[in-house]
Ligand binder design. Structure first.
Ligand code: ADE
Length: 250
Protein backbone atom coordinates (compact mmCIF):
# COMPACT_ATOMS: atom_id res chain seq x y z
CA UNK A 1 0.00 0.00 0.00
CA UNK A 2 1.17 3.53 -0.79
CA UNK A 3 0.53 6.42 1.63
CA UNK A 4 1.09 10.10 0.89
CA UNK A 5 0.69 12.68 3.63
CA UNK A 6 0.74 16.43 2.95
CA UNK A 7 1.28 18.51 6.10
CA UNK A 8 2.83 21.70 7.46
CA UNK A 9 4.33 19.58 10.29
CA UNK A 10 6.26 16.71 8.66
CA UNK A 11 8.04 16.10 12.00
CA UNK A 12 4.66 15.35 13.62
CA UNK A 13 4.64 12.12 11.58
CA UNK A 14 7.95 10.77 12.95
CA UNK A 15 6.07 8.04 14.87
CA UNK A 16 5.45 6.41 11.48
CA UNK A 17 9.12 5.31 11.70
CA UNK A 18 8.63 3.14 14.79
CA UNK A 19 6.84 0.00 15.94
CA UNK A 20 4.33 -1.76 13.72
CA UNK A 21 4.10 0.92 11.00
CA UNK A 22 7.89 1.43 10.99
CA UNK A 23 8.43 -2.32 10.56
CA UNK A 24 5.82 -2.54 7.81
CA UNK A 25 7.69 0.25 6.01
CA UNK A 26 11.06 -1.46 6.48
CA UNK A 27 9.60 -4.68 5.04
CA UNK A 28 8.20 -2.81 2.04
CA UNK A 29 4.55 -3.52 2.96
CA UNK A 30 3.87 0.17 3.33
CA UNK A 31 5.37 2.85 1.07
CA UNK A 32 5.04 6.17 2.95
CA UNK A 33 5.72 9.59 1.38
CA UNK A 34 5.54 12.71 3.55
CA UNK A 35 5.32 16.12 1.84
CA UNK A 36 5.73 19.60 3.34
CA UNK A 37 2.81 21.78 2.23
CA UNK A 38 5.05 24.85 2.53
CA UNK A 39 7.14 23.52 -0.38
CA UNK A 40 4.12 24.46 -2.50
CA UNK A 41 4.01 28.12 -1.45
CA UNK A 42 5.75 30.81 -3.49
CA UNK A 43 5.69 33.89 -1.24
CA UNK A 44 8.38 35.02 1.17
CA UNK A 45 6.44 33.91 4.24
CA UNK A 46 5.35 30.51 2.87
CA UNK A 47 1.76 31.42 3.60
CA UNK A 48 -0.71 28.52 3.78
CA UNK A 49 -3.69 30.27 5.41
CA UNK A 50 -5.83 33.39 5.19
CA UNK A 51 -8.85 34.96 6.89
CA UNK A 52 -12.27 33.35 6.26
CA UNK A 53 -14.71 34.88 3.80
CA UNK A 54 -17.83 35.95 5.65
CA UNK A 55 -15.80 36.71 8.78
CA UNK A 56 -15.46 34.68 11.95
CA UNK A 57 -12.57 33.49 14.06
CA UNK A 58 -9.47 31.60 12.95
CA UNK A 59 -7.85 31.09 9.58
CA UNK A 60 -8.64 28.90 6.57
CA UNK A 61 -6.05 26.95 4.58
CA UNK A 62 -5.60 28.33 1.07
CA UNK A 63 -6.54 26.58 -2.15
CA UNK A 64 -3.32 27.15 -4.14
CA UNK A 65 -0.76 25.30 -1.96
CA UNK A 66 -3.12 22.33 -1.54
CA UNK A 67 -3.90 22.25 -5.25
CA UNK A 68 -0.24 22.33 -6.27
CA UNK A 69 0.72 19.77 -3.61
CA UNK A 70 -2.06 17.34 -4.56
CA UNK A 71 -1.39 17.68 -8.29
CA UNK A 72 2.28 16.86 -7.61
CA UNK A 73 1.48 13.91 -5.33
CA UNK A 74 -0.99 12.44 -7.83
CA UNK A 75 1.43 12.87 -10.75
CA UNK A 76 4.35 11.34 -8.74
CA UNK A 77 2.25 8.41 -7.63
CA UNK A 78 0.79 7.60 -11.04
CA UNK A 79 4.27 7.90 -12.57
CA UNK A 80 5.65 5.35 -10.11
CA UNK A 81 2.83 2.92 -10.94
CA UNK A 82 0.42 3.59 -8.05
CA UNK A 83 -3.27 3.48 -8.94
CA UNK A 84 -6.76 4.15 -7.59
CA UNK A 85 -5.92 6.79 -4.96
CA UNK A 86 -8.36 7.70 -2.19
CA UNK A 87 -8.11 11.14 -0.62
CA UNK A 88 -8.64 11.12 3.13
CA UNK A 89 -9.44 14.44 4.77
CA UNK A 90 -9.35 14.28 8.59
CA UNK A 91 -11.99 16.60 10.02
CA UNK A 92 -14.25 16.50 13.09
CA UNK A 93 -17.18 16.88 10.68
CA UNK A 94 -16.30 13.73 8.72
CA UNK A 95 -17.61 10.13 8.70
CA UNK A 96 -16.80 8.44 12.02
CA UNK A 97 -13.68 6.29 11.83
CA UNK A 98 -14.59 2.72 12.80
CA UNK A 99 -13.03 -0.72 12.42
CA UNK A 100 -15.34 -1.20 9.45
CA UNK A 101 -13.89 1.88 7.73
CA UNK A 102 -10.35 0.72 8.65
CA UNK A 103 -11.02 -2.59 6.88
CA UNK A 104 -12.45 -0.73 3.87
CA UNK A 105 -9.40 1.54 3.64
CA UNK A 106 -6.97 -1.38 4.11
CA UNK A 107 -8.27 -2.76 0.81
CA UNK A 108 -7.33 0.37 -1.14
CA UNK A 109 -3.93 0.45 -2.85
CA UNK A 110 -3.15 4.14 -2.30
CA UNK A 111 -4.25 6.61 0.39
CA UNK A 112 -3.49 10.34 0.32
CA UNK A 113 -3.99 12.23 3.60
CA UNK A 114 -4.55 15.98 3.86
CA UNK A 115 -4.29 16.82 7.58
CA UNK A 116 -5.36 20.46 8.08
CA UNK A 117 -4.60 23.00 10.78
CA UNK A 118 -6.61 26.10 11.73
CA UNK A 119 -10.30 26.06 10.77
CA UNK A 120 -9.79 23.63 7.90
CA UNK A 121 -9.16 23.74 4.15
CA UNK A 122 -11.03 25.94 1.65
CA UNK A 123 -13.99 23.78 0.53
CA UNK A 124 -13.13 24.17 -3.16
CA UNK A 125 -10.09 21.91 -2.74
CA UNK A 126 -12.22 18.89 -1.71
CA UNK A 127 -14.85 19.74 -4.36
CA UNK A 128 -12.15 19.91 -7.06
CA UNK A 129 -10.46 16.58 -6.18
CA UNK A 130 -13.78 14.82 -5.63
CA UNK A 131 -14.25 15.11 -9.41
CA UNK A 132 -11.04 13.10 -9.91
CA UNK A 133 -10.71 10.62 -7.03
CA UNK A 134 -12.83 9.26 -4.17
CA UNK A 135 -12.69 11.70 -1.25
CA UNK A 136 -13.44 10.49 2.26
CA UNK A 137 -13.78 13.02 5.09
CA UNK A 138 -13.07 11.16 8.33
CA UNK A 139 -13.47 12.02 12.03
CA UNK A 140 -11.68 10.01 14.70
CA UNK A 141 -14.08 11.08 17.43
CA UNK A 142 -16.41 13.73 18.79
CA UNK A 143 -13.74 16.13 19.99
CA UNK A 144 -11.71 18.82 18.27
CA UNK A 145 -7.95 18.47 17.90
CA UNK A 146 -5.54 21.21 16.86
CA UNK A 147 -4.94 19.50 13.52
CA UNK A 148 -5.34 16.38 11.42
CA UNK A 149 -1.87 14.92 11.98
CA UNK A 150 -2.81 12.88 15.08
CA UNK A 151 -5.85 11.46 13.21
CA UNK A 152 -3.50 10.47 10.35
CA UNK A 153 -1.36 8.52 12.85
CA UNK A 154 -4.47 6.86 14.28
CA UNK A 155 -5.94 5.92 10.91
CA UNK A 156 -2.59 4.73 9.53
CA UNK A 157 -1.96 2.42 12.48
CA UNK A 158 -5.47 0.95 12.39
CA UNK A 159 -5.17 0.34 8.64
CA UNK A 160 -1.55 -0.90 8.59
CA UNK A 161 -2.17 -3.69 11.10
CA UNK A 162 -4.86 -5.09 8.79
CA UNK A 163 -2.52 -5.38 5.79
CA UNK A 164 -1.57 -8.96 4.89
CA UNK A 165 1.59 -10.08 6.69
CA UNK A 166 1.91 -7.02 8.94
CA UNK A 167 0.77 -8.70 12.18
CA UNK A 168 2.83 -11.74 13.18
CA UNK A 169 1.31 -15.04 14.31
CA UNK A 170 1.73 -14.04 17.94
CA UNK A 171 -0.64 -11.14 17.35
CA UNK A 172 -3.97 -11.35 15.67
CA UNK A 173 -6.90 -9.15 14.84
CA UNK A 174 -9.35 -12.05 14.86
CA UNK A 175 -10.45 -11.36 18.46
CA UNK A 176 -10.17 -7.57 18.32
CA UNK A 177 -12.97 -5.53 19.76
CA UNK A 178 -15.18 -4.75 16.74
CA UNK A 179 -13.73 -7.64 14.67
CA UNK A 180 -16.36 -9.37 12.51
CA UNK A 181 -17.79 -12.69 13.79
CA UNK A 182 -20.10 -13.93 16.56
CA UNK A 183 -18.44 -11.52 18.99
CA UNK A 184 -19.04 -8.66 16.57
CA UNK A 185 -19.62 -5.37 18.31
CA UNK A 186 -18.44 -6.61 21.69
CA UNK A 187 -15.51 -5.03 23.50
CA UNK A 188 -12.65 -7.36 24.40
CA UNK A 189 -12.57 -8.50 28.02
CA UNK A 190 -9.58 -8.60 30.38
CA UNK A 191 -6.35 -10.47 29.61
CA UNK A 192 -3.72 -12.01 31.90
CA UNK A 193 -0.19 -13.40 31.69
CA UNK A 194 2.37 -15.00 34.02
CA UNK A 195 2.81 -15.08 36.98
CA UNK A 196 -0.50 -16.68 38.07
CA UNK A 197 -0.36 -14.84 41.43
CA UNK A 198 0.75 -11.23 41.88
CA UNK A 199 0.32 -9.25 45.12
CA UNK A 200 -2.22 -11.80 46.32
CA UNK A 201 -4.18 -11.43 43.09
CA UNK A 202 -4.91 -14.67 41.24
CA UNK A 203 -5.89 -14.97 37.61
CA UNK A 204 -9.39 -16.43 37.03
CA UNK A 205 -9.29 -20.26 37.56
CA UNK A 206 -11.05 -20.97 34.29
CA UNK A 207 -8.00 -19.76 32.34
CA UNK A 208 -5.96 -22.61 33.90
CA UNK A 209 -8.66 -25.22 33.27
CA UNK A 210 -7.43 -26.14 29.80
CA UNK A 211 -11.10 -26.40 28.80
CA UNK A 212 -11.34 -24.42 25.56
CA UNK A 213 -15.14 -24.30 25.53
CA UNK A 214 -15.34 -22.96 29.06
CA UNK A 215 -12.61 -20.43 28.37
CA UNK A 216 -14.37 -19.20 25.23
CA UNK A 217 -17.67 -18.84 27.14
CA UNK A 218 -15.93 -16.98 29.98
CA UNK A 219 -14.32 -14.60 27.49
CA UNK A 220 -17.69 -14.05 25.84
CA UNK A 221 -19.34 -13.29 29.20
CA UNK A 222 -16.57 -10.88 30.19
CA UNK A 223 -16.89 -9.17 26.80
CA UNK A 224 -20.65 -8.81 27.35
CA UNK A 225 -20.10 -7.45 30.88
CA UNK A 226 -17.57 -4.92 29.64
CA UNK A 227 -19.67 -3.85 26.68
CA UNK A 228 -22.75 -3.40 28.90
CA UNK A 229 -20.70 -1.21 31.26
CA UNK A 230 -18.85 0.92 28.72
CA UNK A 231 -20.83 0.78 25.48
CA UNK A 232 -24.46 -0.25 26.08
CA UNK A 233 -25.20 1.20 22.62
CA UNK A 234 -23.25 -1.69 21.05
CA UNK A 235 -25.27 -4.44 22.70
CA UNK A 236 -28.18 -3.99 20.34
CA UNK A 237 -25.94 -5.02 17.41
CA UNK A 238 -25.31 -8.41 19.02
CA UNK A 239 -27.02 -11.49 17.72
CA UNK A 240 -27.87 -13.72 20.71
CA UNK A 241 -28.58 -16.60 18.31
CA UNK A 242 -24.93 -16.50 17.24
CA UNK A 243 -23.94 -16.92 20.90
CA UNK A 244 -26.33 -19.85 21.43
CA UNK A 245 -24.94 -21.51 18.34
CA UNK A 246 -21.42 -21.01 19.64
CA UNK A 247 -22.45 -22.42 23.07
CA UNK A 248 -23.81 -25.55 21.40
CA UNK A 249 -20.51 -26.03 19.60
CA UNK A 250 -18.56 -25.82 22.90
N1 ADE B 1 -9.14 17.42 13.16
C1 ADE B 1 -9.44 18.02 14.33
N2 ADE B 1 -10.18 17.22 15.10
C2 ADE B 1 -10.37 16.06 14.41
C3 ADE B 1 -11.07 14.86 14.66
N3 ADE B 1 -11.74 14.64 15.79
N4 ADE B 1 -11.05 13.90 13.71
C4 ADE B 1 -10.39 14.10 12.55
N5 ADE B 1 -9.73 15.22 12.26
C5 ADE B 1 -9.71 16.20 13.16
Amino acid sequence: MRLDIVTIFPEYLEPLNVSLVGKARARGQLDVHIHDLRDFTYDRHNTVDDTPYGGGPGMVMKTEPWGDALDTVLADGYESGAHAPTLIVPTPSGRPFTQELAVELSERPWLIFTPARYEGIDRRVMDEYATRVPVQEVSIGDYVLAGGEAPVLVITEAVARLLPGVLGNAESHRDDSFAPGAMASLLEGPVYTKPPRWRDRDIPDVLLSGHHGRIARWRRDEALRRTTAHRPDLIRHCDPKAFDKKDREM
